[in-house]
Design a protein around this ligand. Sequence first.
Ligand SMILES: [Mn+2]
Length: 311
Amino acid sequence: MKILATSDWHLTDKKSVAVSDDSWYEKQFAALQWMNSLCEDKNIDVILLAGDIFDKAKQSNRLVRDTITALNRFTTPIYSISGNHDQPAHNYKALKESSYGVLCAAGVIEDKGDTVFNIGSHSSCLVLPYPFGHSTPADTALSDISIVLVHRYIDPTGQFPGGSPCLSCQEIKEWFPGTLIIAGDNHTPFTWSDEKSSTTIINPGSLFRYRANQIDHRPLVYIVEPRSISAHEFFYTITPEYVPEEYLYTLDRSHLEKKEEKEKRGIVFIESLGNIFECDLSFSDNLSKLMRGGEVSVKVRSKVNSALGDK
Ligand SMILES: [Mn+2]
């Protein structure tokens, strides 16, 4: 059996400011067609998608229609969980009202909710879907679970890019020991394994690059081949397959450079003011200067002066 693990497609019809490519919208579907062909060439049995198909929960009719058209061509079933971006106001219960819900109703993806399902043909390879919003470890008996499909931000360093804490590989391993964890949400791909507990984490990351800080990101999917050791025990061969460059958008940083340039000009301007004028920030001096302008009545002037202790 072969699985294709993918995540964080973030399909959108709003052009990112970093994208300098006229055909970026169409490239999204060209990349999906590449994935479809890859599944056919490599005899993939099932695609496991770890959430965030869409960038926003409610997308335009055009984008939803084009996504259904693209996914209708897939000959490999897509079993999916929803990510935070798929859920209206991050609410799992409102999923039916989302564009993700429309894909499910159209039958092009199958949302697995949070109910365990089997993908094994010869042995029992049970998958536990764990969509965004499920914040505590499942009550499900884990002993039979082989794969957990989860939408949680996991980072090997245990930190978000800004440095605040997030779930580390060690922590998620304690939630789901002895399983293969396929994770979505962190857009940077990685694999991690702990031989002692035979837990493996694979995080496919973002399928596209659309922000200026992703200029070096190489989008990929993982092909996962479970090989059974015993009835419910597997070891996995994991192979990255990189999205060919022709399906990726061209990015440029010129908008950032323009912003930096504007900020620099602003700083220079403020500094130059200091050189031309004497910018005294004394409140009472400024007030006196204002009053000398002659538009303040004598009565008010004498009240202000006495309040400031001036004669
Ligand atoms: Mn995401």
